[in-house]
Write a protein that binds this ligand. Structure first.
Ligand SMILES: [Zn+2]
Ligand SMILES: [Zn+2]
Length: 333
């Protein structure tokens, strides 16, 4: 067993409510120790919401967590994914095959399924965006060689048997769950709401600890979409949120407000960076992240976030790109 595998945590299950199990599945990512999948009792089996990342031992970890709940993967009658990121969708192929069940997911999953079908092209696209954004060539080639040939954490591309869109209902022992589209974090993001019990399965749209991430390059305005999705969730008035990472929490409105404040503050940092000479998106990243030393992963995250705020400010007439500059440079409008 490798040193890494020995140190890795084991999956576990916590019963949140009668008929709702939180399955904590370990992740190999710095700062993100687990992802939550949820098992919802439904007749003789369960509806499974989200999957965990595809990596060696992932099915064993899921089996271990389900086992603690007195279940096995054969009990999964239906798999629903809140969005197509690898930690929520990566094991969809092995799970649906082992369980013989359907996969339901929002149709805007191309941000992941296209990348998983052609990871090299995806990496190339990312490098292009980074180059246009002013990332220095030396950093680009280091990043490229570190990522080349790495998987995307998805076992295989499986397409949904049914589109998880508003109007679709998910029947469980706790009642029917309804689907609400909440793009922003990812174009395919949905939340599942059980109105009689005030339960919200929020995926990565609302997390216990505010942590903003947007998938850049698939839709015109991910930050604006995220803010509109907060409005969607606010109207539901849920009383208990089961999020994709971290512990369940009750103060849903407080978390919505905290997300709005965080977006406003971080967008404000980007806007403040535009008041002087034209700057590249890469110039903005240390100010956005408030860090001097940035790891390649932080640059990657920060660049997506900075680009999303720039597009949002541009659409609002508050920022503009300097014509024909390469790399792109921005100023206040
Ligand atoms: Zn995600
Ligand atoms: Zn996640």
């Amino acid at each position: 067993m490798s040193e890494l595998a020995r140190r890795r945590e084991l999956a576990r299950a916590d019963r949140v409510l009668p008929g709702v199990w939180r399955l904590r599945l370990p992740l190999p990512w710095p700062g993100v120790p687990h992802v939550n999948a949820f098992a919802l009792s439904a007749g003789s089996g369960v509806v499974l919401v989200d999957t965990g990342l595809h990596e060696p031992g992932a099915m064993g970890q899921l089996g271990r967590a389900l086992g603690q709940a007195g279940l096995s993967v054969e009990h999964v009658r239906l798999l629903c994914c809140t969005h197509a990121h690898s930690d929520h969708y990566g094991q969809a192929g092995p799970i649906t095959q082992a369980a013989g069940c359907e996969l339901w997911m929002h149709p805007n999953h191309g941000h992941m399924t296209k990348a998983a079908m052609d990871p090299d092209r995806q990496l190339q696209r990312r490098i292009e965006v980074a180059r246009h954004s002013g990332v220095p060539e030396a950093a680009l080639s280091r990043y490229q060689s570190s990522r080349k040939g790495q998987g995307v954490g998805v076992a295989e591309v499986v397409l949904p048997d049914r589109d998880l869109v508003p109007g679709v209902e998910i029947d469980t022992d706790l009642g029917v769950w309804q689907v609400h589209e909440t793009p922003g974090h990812a174009p395919s993001h949905v939340v599942l709401h059980q109105p009689e019990r005030g339960l919200l399965l929020s995926g990565d749209h609302l997390l216990g600890r505010v942590s903003l991430y947007y998938d850049y390059g698939h839709t015109p305005d991910p930050a604006g979409e995220f803010l509109r999705s907060l409005d969607v969730v606010e109207k539901l008035g849920a009383g208990l949120c089961l999020s994709g990472h971290g512990r369940p929490f009750r103060d849903v409105q407080g978390h919505i407000d905290a997300n709005r404040r965080e977006v406003a503050e971080r967008m404000g940092r980007v806007e403040a960076a535009l008041t002087g000479e034209p700057v590249t998106p890469f110039d903005i990243v240390p100010r956005l992240m408030q860090m001097d030393e940035l790891t390649p992963m932080m640059v990657n995250w920060g660049l997506s976030e900075a680009l999303c705020y720039l597009r949002h400010l541009e659409l609002q007439g508050r920022a503009k790109r300097v014509d024909a500059d390469e790399p792109e440079r921005w100023v206040a409008a």
